[in-house]
Every structure is written in structure tokens, then in C-alpha cells.
Write a protein that binds this ligand. Structure first.
Ligand code: ZN
Length: 257
């Protein structure tokens, strides 16, 4: 069931966001990076009755409304009853208040979805079902949560790390090391492989019928933008004669995970 406040949130998001060609890049959010280390400031954001929480399940899927193509964010007055022990990560704020992300174990995620009448959706579905602001918000929360879940030990000394800065850094607990780790930013491109009037599309066997995708290509440090795309096409799809072409807007975008 969609509550009046959620409907209003949906309308506000629509009016505030543009509709870019890449739906995941439509997130207009003040991330307040300079204030994430201020514990008192973060506590004040958490205490804000306007705070909203994007809930991610164990698979990194986001809770969405069942009857509307929109996220089912957890409102401030719902959070303490639904998931009181999870540590939120600060995402940012818009004119309507702050956003946080919450990660839940499978059992808690299923319970909350049942209580709120929502369903979990994956990031790929979000690209077609959600409005740009919410798709970007989901991608942002998912990327942060994914990094946190895979950053448990220091890559320098092997000691456990602790997440700090409202979720945006991991600090080694070994006092002789104390190095800080940051979320990954992998350069990636979405490209069109064309040959005459045709273009190359791919799909995974698990995808719904008639879903196809262009080719994502990840780059390595100091690599040229054309190289990873051409290599992938040649290696995985045997398209030796295909021409890889990138567009200006495809350069420098990070791929949501
Ligand atoms: Zn260390």
C-alpha cells in the first residue's frame, strides 16, 4: 500500500530530477562529503524526522513498492521498529531531507518486505522501472553497500577494518597500520558495437525474454577507452571486424554495481 507521504516523495523526486539518457546518472543529491566525519552532524541527520532509508537486501536488491514503480524507502518513524540495529550509511540530502542506506540480512529483509507490502528489485530492473532520481539513489546505495560487504580486512596488514565516515571509508584496526580504504571507482563504459546498420547486442540466459543489452567494458588504469571494448568484443564474441565506437557522454562514467 502506498502511503500519502510516499506518494508525495515520488512527486517531489519527479519534479526535481532531469531525465538523462543514462538513468543512473540522474541523482541530484548534496552528498555533504565534508561533514561525514562529524559524528554529531550525522547523528542530527539520523534524528531528522524527514530522514528516509533505502533498504537493501542480502543480494543488494532494493525494496520497492509493490503497486508503483518506485522505491519503498523506510521513513524515519518506521526505522526504529523495523530495523533498529542496522548501521545506516549516509547518502546525502535533497530539499526534503536526508537519505541513508540500510543493509539487511535475508531474514530481516523478507520480514520487512512482508510488513510493508513491498518487493525487492535488482539494479538492472531499476533501470527500466524507476525514475532517474530513484534509480541513481539505488545505484549509489548498492555501490556503497557492495564495497562495505567486501572490505572486511586490511589489504596491507590483514587486520580487520571498521567502516567509518558514515559508511564511506574503512579504517584498519591495527594501530601500527591504521590505513584507510576507500570505495572502488572502476572506469567503465557502455558502448555500441556497430557494423553497417547493425549493432551487436547480448543477453544473459537468466534474463527475461526480449531483454538485451549493449556491451559494458571495464578499463584498467592508464588504458585507452577504445581498448577494453575492442578486446572484449574480439575475445568473447569473435567480432574481429566490428568497429568499436565510443561517444563523448560514455566516457568517464562509472558502472553501478
Ligand atoms: Zn592494516
Amino acid at each position: 500500500m502506498t502511503t500519502p507521504s510516499l506518494l508525495k516523495l515520488r512527486v517531489d523526486m519527479k519534479s526535481a530530477s532531469p531525465t538523462p539518457e543514462n538513468v543512473f546518472s540522474g541523482l541530484l543529491l548534496d552528498r555533504n562529503a565534508e561533514q561525514r566525519d562529524d559524528a554529531a552532524w550525522i547523528a542530527a541527520q539520523l534524528a531528522d524526522p524527514r530522514a528516509r532509508f533505502v533498504l537493501l537486501g542480502a543480494e543488494g536488491h532494493a525494496l520497492a513498492q509493490r503497486d508503483v514503480d518506485a522505491l519503498r524507502v523506510i521513513l524515519a518513524d518506521e526505522r526504529s521498529a523495523l530495523l533498529p540495529t542496522a548501521t545506516p550509511s549516509y547518502l546525502g540530502a535533497d530539499d526534503a531531507g536526508p537519505f541513508f542506506s540500510l543493509s539487511a540480512e535475508s531474514r530481516d529483509a523478507a520480514r520487512i518486505a512482508a510488513e510493508l507490502g513491498g518487493d525487492f528489485i535488482d539494479l538492472r530492473s531499476a533501470g527500466t522501472r524507476l525514475q532517474a532520481f530513484e534509480a541513481g539513489l539505488f545505484a549509489y546505495a548498492r555501490a556503497l553497500s557492495h564495497w562495505q560487504s567486501r572490505t572486511r580486512f586490511c589489504s596491507v596488514c590483514g587486520a580487520p577494518v571498521v567502516v567509518v565516515t558514515a559508511g564511506h571509508r574503512a579504517r584498519c584496526t591495527n594501530p601500527d597500520c591504521a590505513i584507510e580504504h576507500f570505495p572502488r571507482v572502476d572506469p567503465a563504459m557502455i558502448v555500441i558495437v556497430s557494423y553497417g546498420d547493425a549493432c551487436l547486442l547480448g543477453r544473459q540466459a537468466t534474463w527475461p525474454e526480449k531483454r538485451f543489452s549493449r556491451s559494458p567494458a571495464s578499463s584498467s588504469p592508464a588504458n585507452r577507452s577504445r581498448t577494453p571494448c575492442a578486446a572484449k568484443c574480439s575475445r568473447k564474441r569473435a567480432c574481429a571486424s566490428a568497429t568499436a565506437r565510443t561517444t563523448p557522454r560514455s566516457r568517464g562514467r562509472s558502472r553501478p554495481r
